[in-house]
Design a protein around this ligand. Structure first.
Ligand SMILES: Nc1ncnc2c1ncn2[C@@H]1O[C@H](COP(=O)(O)OP(=O)(O)OP(=O)(O)O)[C@@H](O)[C@H]1O
Ligand SMILES: [Mg+2]
Length: 236
């Protein structure tokens, strides 16, 4: 479960100070599939980065899977992130001189021994993750030779590598055409059906019809937070 209590975020730069989140209270239960929507600059990325433990400079309390993020040291927080959270961004951030398999293995090389989830064979785990997103035929390929949707799938496989319970996605379809974007959203729906908690920032209405809950942020506040029955079948 993800719980934010009175979370505020100030950005201070030489030129200005800005309140990007204003006493946000929100709870996201395990197994939810929810969208965060709102205009540019409303605070969506700020919120997601705080939930994911990427940003510690906030006021209030954030609890994820029973852990108060403020109470953790940097090392504990980074272990926590690897165990619990997978990130997917608009930019796929893949390395073209590596194979898909090597890209998925990157988090393991950064954090050798950081997780038991991988078991004894990290290459096998990387292949499982790629197979999970339909790329069993691309283990040895460079991402350079893949379509945009396939690249995002490699990035999703990388996010799945440590078997996290929560996927945090910041505009994951933002660089894709609409058909490919729909396929990626369907992949997140499938992952949610398998039990992953999925939180997606999006500008696109068609994503927010696929999810069960839409949290609308405006000017650093939750403007509305509604649960709906998701449309059945593939995203249209
Ligand atoms: N590193 C930063 N330093 C200073 N101000 C920042 C920083 N990051 C974000 N902000 C400010 O905080 C506010 C919220 O930014 P945020 O990135 O969370 O918006 P967003 O809703 O994700 O927007 P977009 O849809 O354009 O990605 C914005 O007004 C932005 O200018
Ligand atoms: Mg953003």
């Amino acid at each position: 479960m993800i719980r934010l209590e009175k979370v505020s975020k100030h950005y201070r730069t030489a030129a200005r100070e800005e309140l990007a989140l204003r006493a946000v209270d929100v709870t996201i239960d395990e197994g939810e599939f929810c969208a965060i929507v709102g205009t540019s600059g409303s605070g969506k990325t700020t919120l997601l980065n705080i939930i994911g433990g990427l940003d510690r400079g906030y006021e209030g309390t954030v609890t994820v899977a029973g852990n108060d993020l403020h109470a953790m040291s940097d090392a504990e927080l980074s272990r926590f992130r690897n165990r619990h959270i997978g990130f997917v961004f608009q930019q796929f951030s893949l390395l073209d001189h590596l194979t898909c398999e090597q890209n998925v293995l990157l988090p393991f090389h950064f954090l050798k021994g950081a997780s038991d989830a991988v078991g004894a064979d990290p290459v096998k785990r990387a292949r499982e993750a790629l197979t999970h997103v339909g790329l069993a035929h691309k283990f040895g390929e460079s991402p350079r030779n893949l379509s945009g949707g396939q690249k995002q799938r490699v990035a999703i496989a990388r996010a799945l590598f440590f078997k996290p319970r929560i996927l945090l996605c910041d505009e994951p379809t933002g660089s894709l055409d609409s058909t490919t974007g729909q396929q990626i959203i369907q992949t997140f729906r499938d992952l949610n059906a398998e039990g992953y908690t999925v939180v997606i920032i999006t500008h696109e209405a068609r994503v927010s019809t696929a999810v069960r809950r839409v949290i609308h942020i405006e000017d650093g506040r939750i403007a509305s937070d509604g649960r709906t029955a998701p449309a059945e079948g593939p995203v249209s």
